[in-house]
Design a binder for this molecule. Structure first.
Ligand code: FAD
Length: 419
């Protein structure tokens, strides 16, 4: 079944497969946001670049995500500061605000038509989360001078949502949402316009390291001075050292039938999208054609049961008044999550760079990651090193047992969410 995004996609630029041996300065593996923007950034600096994509542009998380843009990082800034210290936390915060404006600038620069809307509500799923959200707001305001957060009380939330489920919300006025596949396709068109070769249906099968590492595919190879790994949760074991640093978590999104402008505006009274504070979070937004796009249900390992029915129950928990609606589309994708829920940047050897594990924030963060990656390749590693200093821990159980162990942990977490 097509995703809703595929069904409403703009014209897709088409790229050939790799069928010969070529040499470039930089070979990028993966044509999601990270790979595409890194290619644009490197090309702007004068490097010759080529991208290998195992499937087609935007096949991975970039073409199927919730489309939500939020400032900051998943653990929140108070916890981020505990993990990496005050100074680096402040730098990370600045990178994240830069990321949301880079994203908007890039959409404008390449005239990408992707239904960009403003506002993101981070809703308190439990009464005890209210205090935490208010402390986050105060922390970001006093430490970083960030004034785009606004606390919305439970009573005031009625002006935003026709739902009594939540205990209040933090409105991020610099957040927003967009059509994720059309954003990826717009980036791909910009890459094509910049004459950067992209090879679709060309999976990187092996990397031969060296001073000029070589990436092998079925019908050709690319030799380069540096390689960028941008395969994220879809890299699937190409580089063993990276595997235990992230957990691929499957999450689902469904699209209702169109509900019309009037009903849509009654349900969600502003343009803001929503994600909640549960660790197995629900996230939703209204599409440009007035469908409710509702996401949730995280799985490590194999999902069980009728996903449409299970996700529909989540939607009815938030909006019981939608029981008459048909579900037109449902799809899933893999989110790369790290143990601290902060992104994982680094090198595997001197000339193989990687970034992965945005932990559900990759839509904005890929914009800054690509920029920082290109700066590092050009010799300015200052900002790359801030990210690379995050003390990531591998998931316990190694590549073989991390999935069963995490499934247990998530089952426990789900129980806690229910309490
Ligand atoms: C259902 C879902 C909802 C999400 N919601 C949000 C959200 O609302 N907001 C947000 O900020 N983030 C969200 N995310 C996360 C976000 O989508 C990702 O962080 C982001 O898209 C990562 O981009 P990427 O380019 O790094 O990786 P991807 O988009 O996953 O791209 C990786 C690409 O690499 C290719 N590849 C992998 N291995 C190879 C190989 N060996 N050879 C060649 N190519 C290869 C893959 O085919 C894939 O196309 C969500 C993710 C999912 C799945």
């Amino acid at each position: 079944m097509k995703t809703y995004y595929e069904a409403t996609a703009n014209q897709r630029p088409v790229f050939p497969s790799l069928s010969e041996d070529i040499e470039v300065d930089i070979c990028i593996i993966g044509a999601g946001y990270t790979g595409l923007i890194t290619a644009l950034e490197l090309s702007k600096k004068g490097y010759s670049v080529a991208i290998l994509e195992a499937q087609t542009v935007g096949f991975g998380a970039s073409g199927r995500n919730g489309g939500q843009i939020a400032t900051g990082y998943q653990p929140g800034m108070i916890q981020t500061e505990e993990i990496i210290g005050k100074e680096d936390a402040e730098s990370l915060w600045r990178f994240s605000t830069e990321a949301t404006s880079l994203l908007r600038n890039r959409i404008a620069l390449h005239s990408i038509s992707c239904d960009l809307r403003d506002g993101e509500l981070y809703t308190a799923a439990k009464a005890r989360h209210v205090d935490w959200l208010k402390r986050e707001q105060a922390h970001c305001e006093s430490r970083y001078g960030f004034s785009a957060y606004e606390w919305i009380s439970r009573e005031k939330l009625a002006d935003y949502l026709d739902s009594t489920r939540y205990h209040g919300a933090l409105l991020d006025r610099e957040g927003g949402h967009l059509h994720p596949l059309n954003y990826a396709l717009g980036l791909a068109s910009a890459v094509k316009k910049a004459n950067i070769p992209v090879f679709e249906n060309s999976r990187a099968l092996e990397i031969v390291p060296g001073s000029r590492p070589c990436v092998k595919t079925d019908y050709g190879q690319i030799t380069a001075s540096s390689i960028v790994l941008a395969g994220n949760a879809y890299l699937e074991g190409l580089v063993n050292q990276l595997e235990s640093r992230i957990m691929p978590v499957r999450t689902y999104i469904m699209a209702t039938e169109p509900i019309g402008e009037a009903r849509a505006r009654h349900l969600m009274k502003t343009d803001a999208c929503v994600s909640d504070t549960n660790s197995n979070l629900d996230y939703f937004r209204m599409s440009a054609d007035n469908r409710l796009l509702y996401g949730g249900r995280d799985y490590v390992g194999d999902p069980r049961g009728d996903q449409t029915e299970l996700l529909r129950r989540h939607m009815l928990h938030t909006f019981p008044q939608l029981s008459d609606l048909n579900i037109d589309y449902i799809w899933s994708g893999k989110v790369a999550v790290t143990r601290h829920l902060l992104p994982d940047f680094g090198r595997v050897g001197p000339n193989i760079y990687y970034v992965q594990g945005y932990s559900g924030q990759g839509l904005p963060l890929s914009a800054i990651a690509a920029k920082v990656m290109a700066q590092a390749i050009a010799g300015d590693t200052e900002r790359f090193d801030v990210f690379a200093r995050i003390p990531h821990k591998p998931f316990p159980g190694g590549t073989r047992f991390r999935v069963p162990l995490l499934s247990l942990a998530m089952f426990y977490q789900r129980l806690r969410d229910l309490l």
